[in-house]
Write a protein that binds this ligand. Structure first.
Ligand SMILES: Cc1cc2nc3c(=O)[nH]c(=O)nc-3n(C[C@H](O)[C@H](O)[C@H](O)COP(=O)(O)O)c2cc1C
Length: 132
């Protein structure tokens, strides 16, 4: 049993060595959930547009899902860039009640091509009632 654990640990270390030799740096992945602020009207398109510009500038990629009430957002990038962006996000009055799901190192990006992909799960009816 111990042998097996040690063996898999050594394999992990070797893989890690290969990854590092290839020059891949670990990235930071932060995932949070938040709730739309019902007293704020906003356009999800504007949020995505602005976020794509800002995120692309600092090589942050990720994915935002919105169902008309809750946001779930995953951000991948350098620790510094992700922290700076998250600091802005939590001060944004368009959403509230933040719940940090995870913040950890990762070897690969989940959505390498998207500065901010969007899963827009909001119905047309809710969009008309709630949002710009
Ligand atoms: C749900 C949600 C997600 C957001 N995600 C990002 C993001 O990934 N990157 C970003 O720059 N701004 C994001 N924003 C917008 C920021 O809160 C803030 O408005 C923006 O960074 C300000 O950019 P500026 O200083 O260039 O005007 C998000 C806002 C909301 C409501």
């Amino acid at each position: 049993m111990i042998d097996a654990v040690l063996h898999s640990y050594c394999v992990e270390l070797k893989l890690e060595g290969i990854r590092l030799r290839r020059g891949e740096m670990k990235i930071c992945r932060l995932v949070y959930m938040s709730e739309r602020n019902t007293s704020a009207r906003f356009s999800i398109k504007d949020i995505v547009q602005k976020s794509c510009q800002n995120n692309a500038r600092v090589n942050v990629t990720g994915f935002l899902a919105f169902d008309g009430v809750y946001f779930i957002h995953a951000l991948d990038g350098s620790r510094t860039a992700v922290t700076q962006i998250f600091n802005c996000i939590v001060c944004d009055r368009r959403h509230m009640n933040f719940y940090l799901i995870s913040c950890q190192d990762a070897n690969d990006r989940l959505f390498p091509k998207w500065p901010m992909g969007l899963l827009d799960g909001i119905s047309a009816d809710a969009r008309d009632r709630l949002l710009n």
